[in-house]
Design a protein around this ligand. Structure first.
Ligand code: DAH
Length: 360
């Protein structure tokens, strides 16, 4: 069967030649099918072995098998080479230029309210104040009673309180205030008592924090806002100390030339109580819509700690005095940057927030 041998050699050679030029894995697979598939040329040739002389069959079969093994190996090699080439091609097309300038990464920054709180912390730090934080979820006792505001006191109307409801009653659809008088603090003043209960005199603490009130939201009111509370308890502390301290802070924050004034005020937990104003930053004092034409802007309430509050805090008012103040961070932030609407501070709108990058 010389035909068989020459056919076999022809298949082998042609397979070699075609594999050498196959450019893609798909072409190699087609070739595999044409050679080794069910009706492939080598398969067909093997089938014809049956008509060979019986004594020649083993040698021919062996030769054919060797060619099959050789072709399979060659197919495997070609596929491996092509996948390497595929990779090279992908690497070339997806190449990165390592010398190209990078895309800038967006770096966040502090919120302007936070920046102001940080500045105030620094200013007060220089006068020996330490930060003393209190809980946002408070009790009526700390928020009111211990601050000389008994349950029926009309001054409670000044603070529209959000009560924390009984979980059961919320599920049942009717929310009833929790029996233990749990509320969201309406101001940072309850921390005065928490500080007095935790610390010994002399006390100089600053409490920055979030407060909540049941308010209809408009351009100048939010249902959540930020305050910084200050408390000093010591012997021989007077209103003069309070005035000097606050004037220094106003100058540090708004510049040496800022005008300041104290007005009488009323708070149940201080006696006497004052309101502290600075000259309007918008008009410089001549009167404009921002200051309601008065030339002044109120930035905080303050006063000498009421003897009842000192007593509630465990201090004898005949021995100790103290002063306290509470500033509204939102309003002061608005004054600082000329922001006209308090809601902007809480929307998280990047077009607004990213204008205040000094807190990086
Ligand atoms: N807690 C008061 C408020 O939210 C602000 C305040 C006034 C705080 C006078 C004080 C103070 O410590 O002495 O309206």
């Amino acid at each position: 069967m010389t035909d068989f041998r020459s056919d076999l050699e022809a298949i082998r050679r042609s397979a070699r030649e075609r594999l050498d030029v196959a450019a893609t894995a798909a072409e190699v697979e087609t070739l595999r099918h044409e050679l080794l598939g069910r009706s492939g040329s080598l398969t067909t040739l093997l089938r014809s072995l049956g008509s060979a002389a019986p004594e020649e069959r083993p040698a021919l079969g062996k030769a054919a098998n060797e060619v099959r093994v050789e072709i399979e190996a060659a197919i495997g090699e070609r596929l491996a080479a092509l996948s390497g080439a595929d990779l090279e091609a992908r690497l070339a097309s997806e190449a990165m230029d390592m010398s190209a300038p990078g895309r800038p990464i967006r770096v966040g920054h502090l919120h302007p309210i936070h920046t102001l709180m940080r500045d105030l912390r620094e200013i007060f730090h220089a006068y020996g104040f330490e930060v003393f934080e209190g809980p946002e979820v408070e009790t009526e006792e700390y928020n009111f009673e211990l601050l000389n505001i008994p349950p029926d006191h009309p001054a409670r109307d000044l603070w529209d309180t959000l009560y924390v409801a009984e979980p059961d009653s919320v599920e049942a659809g009717a929310s009833r205030p929790a029996d233990d008088g749990t509320i969201l603090r309406t101001h940072t003043s309850p921390t005065q008592l928490r500080a007095m209960h935790a610390l010994d005199a002399p006390i100089r603490v600053l409490t920055p924090g979030r407060c909540f009130r049941y308010e209809a939201v408009d351009a100048s009111h939010g249902f959540e806002f930020f305050q910084i509370e200050g408390l000093v308890v010591d012997r021989d502390t007077s209103l003069a100390d309070l005035k000097g301290m606050l004037e220094e802070v106003a100058r540090a924050l708004y510049g040496r030339d800022v005008a300041t004034r104290f007005r009488p005020g009323y708070y149940p937990f201080t006696e006497p109580s004052v309101a502290f104003d600075i000259g309007c930053l918008v008009c410089g004092g001549s009167g404009c819509p921002a200051c309601h034409r008065s030339g002044w802007m109120t930035i905080l309430g303050a006063g000498m700690v009421h003897p009842n509050v000192l007593r509630d805090g465990g201090f004898d008012p005949d021995e100790y005095q103290g002063y306290a103040f509470g500033m509204g961070m939102d309003r002061m932030t608005m004054l600082r940057h000329g922001i006209g609407d308090i809601r902007l501070l809480f929307t998280g709108d990047l077009r607004f927030v990213t204008q205040f990058t000094e807190g990086r």
